[in-house]
Ligand binder design. Sequence first.
Ligand code: NAD
Ligand code: ZN
Length: 349
Amino acid sequence: MKALRFEAWHNPPVLKDIERPTPGPGEVLLKVAGAGACHSDVSVFQDYDDALPTAKLMAPEYTLGHESSGWVEEVGEGVLGVNRGEAYLVYGPIGCGMCAACSRGQDTYCENQYTNPYAAIGLGRDGGMAEYMVVPARNLVALGDADPIAAAPLADAGLTPYHAIKNAAPHLVGGGRYALVIGLGGLGQVAVQILKAITGATVIATDMKEDAMAAAEANGAVTVAGGEGQAERIREITGGTGVNAVFDFVGITSTIELARAVVAIQGSVTVAGIANGSVEWNFFTTPYESILTNTYWGTIEDLHEVAMLYRDGHITMDITTFTMDEALTAYEKLINQEILGRAVVVPHS
Ligand code: NAD
Ligand code: ZN
């Protein structure tokens, strides 16, 4: 079968013919429906290497694709309640399965992460950029009758914003609340929809790309373009009090600075973009009791909730599809900022 293999640090992945895997005990073989191209993959194959402690768990070689979906093709020994042909989303993170974090479905924060063999499906272990993939049955999240191809990006582009928003939810409960989404790519577009679906907050959104802002407006956001006076314009929308919860899906210094310039007293800033931005903290310029935090992916319970939002029609995925042979093109277009929404590789198109 064809698979997009990440073979060496600082090198683009390569399309290869490899043997179709077979599911072991407790595992399931999926016929891949879709695999999203996430910007994090680009960081992994372009920027990371053994010098970064956490990168060890994502060391090549393996098949990329950490946000995927598929139909059950074959069921391994001991797997019950999963039937051939059913559609599932794949929860990517795989922790030790034994610690307190894993026990609550939060494999992302596994207490034994540095002794685990890999970080996740598609990050250290073979992922979904292939015709077939093997996953532990425990990592399956049911999609029912919903379209599994468009659903694929939910496993990260949906899950990461959902987890961030749920954590910040106390800041958004009540009337007259404001949320700000910075960066309207794969993750940011879903963030806008989740905020509209589960909070009553006014959603403000910004991006450098006009088409990305238009798409966010179509989903109910008020957009503010970048440039001089941007923070003032955002504050004006909030009536001067500031934004109760900011979500930064870019994570460079200037976007974190924007987030801190507009956050309200007792508000929160969550940085999900992985771009190594850094800012200085100062008592006098920090709104009282405002918090600045980061977040990584989400829990398996969160993914079940995201799947329900999708199945109930609260989230619509804007995808551009690519064949297996075009998988590298999907990443090239992502790098060149030519993708609106999410690029999804569909191996059986
Ligand atoms: P993407 O390329 O699809 O989208 C990025 C968007 O940000 C684009 O629309 C781009 O125009 C916009 N942008 C870039 N610079 C900007 C700026 N200065 N101001 C406003 N907008 C700007 O990327 P994605 O796949 O949505 O990922 C977004 C970020 O989130 C990446 O850094 C990725 O690595 C990270 N990520 C983090 C997690 C996590 O668990 N924390 C999970 C997945 C992705
Ligand atoms: Zn664990």
